[in-house]
Design a protein around this ligand. Structure first.
Ligand code: SF4
Length: 326
């Protein structure tokens, strides 16, 4: 089942990709601060060079531009959307470039100073990065911004077969080294964990998601986002078509919440994950597989409540009344 880099590229759908001189999309939302409150968080979706890795499940290349990012393009994009920003209460900033923030092909080193200046109104700055790019540039950038740097990395799964199939170019030892390096530099860590990556038996998948969350929690990361795997990158689409793989469904997401109490974390008597914020990513929840619009909506509300309260509540604790059978 393991695809190679070429096969992953050849199966990508034809799309028109943005340029590095596009005006970035911006999202403003409240995010749990891990202390029982919410913070006004601005996410800027930057466009630049593609990540050099070819994870079999990744659809982020669609939001990148061909070739290396030209010097000046990222400050140009930030000028368009952050020029008016002032330090005004607690504000967080996510700079997401659909690649690796500390890869100079994606974010030119010459631009880091100007980017750091754009970060000055923000209390916390969150960037995405592959564990193998946690280098000296990360340490310098952390010193250059007045706020707290947080580096978001994809652990994805600790299931051995799924790690192979994912083609991530990273071992668990690489991940552990990157987390330790961030923590030694006083940089917070955010981790992405997938629900049901290919290569995990469907019946065991929810358990493996909780095992992966527990692995990240043991490393004392600040935040964990659980993300249901999406279609749209070509290789996954082909696997679905050939019936070798099925996306996670609403039923599986429900099972995730129902099974927390018997998971490694829940059965240890941890009612909520303590110092680590664990949230389920609600992006695109209207398009989750299975269920009806009503049950997707009620499940979405349940998850939003859990995200807000920093607790993993089983479904019986909310009003989910859906007649459909998923
Ligand atoms: S490392 Fe991240 S951005 Fe790069 S291919 Fe994998 S998932 Fe996509």
């Amino acid at each position: 089942m393991k695809p190679d880099k070429l096969a992953i590229e050849l199966l990508r759908p034809e799309i028109k990709r943005p340029t590095a001189w596009s005006i970035p999309k911006v999202l403003r939302a409240l995010e749990p601060d891990g202390l029982g409150g919410d913070v006004d968080t601005t996410t800027v979706f930057l466009t630049g060079a593609e990540c050099p890795f070819r994870c079999s499940m990744c659809d982020l290349w669609q939001y990148t531009s061909p070739g290396n990012t030209p010097v000046g393009a990222i400050p140009f994009q930030l000028d368009q959307v952050l020029k008016q920003e002032r330090s005004n209460g607690r504000r967080w900033l996510k700079l997401y470039n659909a690649s690796n923030f500390f890869d100079s092909r994606s974010i030119p080193t010459e631009d880091l100073k100007s980017i750091a200046e754009h970060c000055s109104p923000f209390e916390r700055v969150i960037v995405e990065n592959h564990p193998r790019f946690c280098d000296d540039r990360m340490a310098s950038f952390s010193k250059a911004i007045p706020g707290q740097l947080e580096v978001a990395m994809g652990l994805e799964t600790i299931h051995p077969n799924a790690i192979e199939i994912m083609n991530k170019g990273m071992s668990l030892a690489d991940f552990d080294r990157a987390v330790a390096k961030c923590q030694s530099l006083n940089i917070d860590v955010r981790v992405f964990v997938l629900l049901h990556p290919p290569g995990v038996d469907r019946k065991e998948s929810v358990d493996w998601t909780w095992k992966t969350v527990a692995y990240a929690m043991e490393r004392q990361v600040r935040h964990i986002s659980i993300i249901p795997l999406r279609a749209g990158n070509g290789w996954i689409d082909r696997m679905i078509k050939s019936e070798e793989y099925q996306l996670p469904t609403v039923a599986m997401i429900r099972e995730l919440y129902q099974s927390f109490s018997r998971s490694e974390i829940g059965s240890a008597g941890v009612a909520s994950p303590g110092n680590t914020t664990v949230e389920f990513d609600l992006w695109d929840f209207e398009n989750w597989q299975g269920g009806c619009p009503q049950c997707r909506e009620s499940l979405g509300k349940h998850i939003a409540r859990c995200n807000r309260e920093l607790r993993i509540l089983s479904l019986g604790e909310t009003e989910i009344r859906c007649e459909c059978t998923v």
